[in-house]
Ligand binder design. Structure first.
Ligand code: F6P
Length: 366
């Protein structure tokens, strides 16, 4: 039966465990043999007990837990072809020629590179006498399937990445908590949220908490934005509000691509408006805790689809990535998804926000 390895890579996100569980269990249901690969790509390179066959019960209690129970790591060895050759050898030792990789775009691109190099590595391993002719014939190709685990929701081609819903929920809970103390003291808070170069978390957090002002990389403020911000906050105060909440994406920039720093915003509010202002950088709290129902559901449906995509694939099928568009689970060529993500990043860099929005149409929670 088909042997399928599953690993998580890059920054963790809530719902990764649910995805691993779904992959393992669906693999068993469909007559395949699943393997858990521990510590991301490092586990592939280290081999040994980092690659373990998985039973139904090995993923019990995975569904509701945050983080990734099989670990993730940044692996320098995997960035080098020699490291990837060792990974190929380890996989062949376990009879694995299919991988489900759960991670962000960098991790998924790494998997695609491994797939393309695979035949050369197999040939070299055979020439070096490390694998038999029979093994070289049997493991001619690697199949990979990507699942997008990231709180940032920064992959074009899917409406939601696994973890984005939970991180957004965590941010909203935190801003709610801040609001109560801010109201008592009539304070202003600058709340900085994660998202790397993507403003999805910040924008949706601002909508969901009724924040007063927002900075996201996709819509850099032009000209004298300090005055605009102060005027906007003054208006809400004179309408009776006791607090001012400014949400800042960690990747926020101005129209000259200079970073907009939370501390700078605080100084503007203190000096120009005389508001008693605090900065809260939410940090990794956003990536922790148990996944929301949306992330559990999304990860479970996508994990099941990952196995179906494997069973449908032929050696010529481009590596697929599983997504969700307009509430339908999708399977698309990974390369196209990554290329689209790069085009969106370029459009943002070029300040062509119209094009960015056209390239990244979102229907769900955007
Ligand atoms: O990509 C997920 C993310 O949490 C980003 O939002 C953030 O910029 C980054 O990872 C933080 O990385 P690290 O956990 O390595 O500090």
């Amino acid at each position: 039966s088909k042997r399928i390895g599953v690993l998580t890579s890059g920054g963790d996100s809530q719902g990764m465990n649910a995805a691993v569980r779904a992959v393992v269990r669906m693999a068993i249901v469909r007559g395949c043999k699943p393997y858990l690969i521990y510590e991301g790509y490092q586990g592939l390179v280290s081999g040994g007990d980092k690659i373990r066959s998985a039973s139904w019960n090995d993923v019990s209690n995975f569904l509701t837990l945050g983080g990734t129970l099989i670990g993730t790591a940044r692996c320098m060895d995997f960035l080098k072809p020699e490291g990837r050759r060792i990974a190929v050898h380890n996989l062949i030792k376990h009879g694995i020629d299919t991988l489900v990789v759960i991670g962000g775009d960098g991790s998924l691109t790494g998997a695609d590179t491994l797939r393309h190099e695979w035949p050369d590595h197999v040939k070299q391993l055979h020439d070096d006498g490390k694998i038999s002719q029979q093994e070289a014939d049997k493991y001619r190709n690697l199949m990979i399937v990507g699942m997008v685990g990231s709180i940032d929701n920064d992959l074009a081609s899917t409406d939601m990445t696994i973890g984005a819903s939970s991180a957004l929920t965590r941010i909203c809970e935190s801003v709610d908590s801040i609001l109560s103390t801010a109201t008592s003291h009539r304070r202003a808070f600058v709340v900085e949220v994660m998202g790397r170069h993507c403003g999805w978390l910040a924008m949706n957090a601002a909508i969901c908490t009724g924040a007063d002002y927002l900075f996201i990389p996709e819509d850099p403020p032009a000209g004298d934005w300090e005055t605009d911000m102060c005027e906007a906050l003054k208006r809400t105060r004179s309408a009776g509000k006791r607090t001012s909440i400014v949400i800042v994406a960690e990747g926020a920039i101005d129209d000259k691509c200079n970073p907009i720093k939370s501390e700078f915003i605080k100084d503007v509010l203190t000096q120009r408006l005389g508001y008693d202002t605090r900065v809260t950088i939410l940090g990794h709290v956003q990536r922790g805790g148990s996944p929301t129902a949306v992330d559990r559901y999304l990860a479970t449906l996508q994990g099941a689809e990952a196995i179906e995509a494997i069973l449908r694939a032929t050696p010529d099928t481009p590596s697929p990535v599983i997504g969700i568009l307009e509430n339908k689970i999708t399977t698309q060529p990974l390369k196209e998804a990554i290329a689209l993500t790069k085009q969106v990043a370029k459009a943002i860099q070029d300040h062509d926000f119209q094009r960015a929005a056209e390239l990244r149409p979102r229907s769900f929670l955007t």
